[in-house]
Design a protein around this ligand. Sequence first.
Ligand code: 2GW
Ligand code: MN
Length: 297
Amino acid sequence: FTDKPDEVPSVALGMQRNLSVITVRLDVMTVTPWLAPVIWDGTFDSSIIDSLYQPQNLTIGTTVFAIGKYTRFIKGFLETAEKHFLVGYKVNYYIFTDKPDEVPSVALGMQRNLSVITVSKFFRWQEISMRRMERILNTIEERLLKEVDYLYCLDVDMLFHNHWGAEVLSTLVAAVHPGYYKNPREVFPYERRPASQAYVPLDQGDFYYAGAMIGGLIENVRALTRTCHQAILIDKQNDIEAAWQEESHLNKYFLQHKPTKLLSPEYLWDDTKPKPPEIHFIRFSTVLKNYAEVREN
Ligand code: 2GW
Ligand code: MN
């Protein structure tokens, strides 16, 4: 067992003597206190993972929203997903947009399909991002229950840079936010007002999870989107909007329904941050964008 597999020398072994190198990570948390794995490079073997999941003949759905100026991100998202996202598996992309004409045509690999779902644009940006829960829920109930086994809901202003494979599959999957994985819970930007459904007291919370990735078995993502959407509606009736919109509600949900697998920040990075040594691969990361320009309506 070593944290430095590259440094294991090759030594001539006698007959009937074998050596296995098992990599361990000592520099990061690789399992939660409720025994869910945290997926870091060096904690899994892709060939073993694929031997588990390939025979199941799975279909993995991916939702992305590209409303208003965000259609410009679709091309890079899809082109890089084709190189790194669940390659070798059946993948259905579902692109929600108000401008179906602006969805570029990107060459897709075998067993990979794309559906465009036309939706209206909301005036407030907070609604664009928050209403994803409602729209994903409706689409799950209309068709995704029949079409996919697992569903991953991702931000579109992102690019894949390295393998993002079947090691992410599990019942309910959350991504640890790249900005807060070294911080104590008191500084997590949870919603702190008791009047909101997303309220988390200062002495609670496990991790701060990113809103840009929700995943899991379709039934589990359905339950998540249903609960979060209902909580958002209750907040609306009470005239309160959580600090980080649906990300706040997601964090409340994961506090009450522990994820069965956590993705380390390798799986959801932020390019404005320098790469620290514990991140061996940046696998999926935000595109640097001119916020003022892209968000102007
Ligand atoms: C427009 C103005 C301001 C903010 C967002 C938008 C906008 C977002 C838009 O005009 N069109 C659009 O399609 N979106 C979708 O919402 C798109 O899929 C985008 O990736 C997603 C989230 O917005 P984004 O990427 O600008 O926000 P981030 O990266 O700062 O978001 C984090 O916080 C959000 C909550 O405020 C969400 O939880 C998001 O998932 C987080 O990554
Ligand atoms: Mn984003």
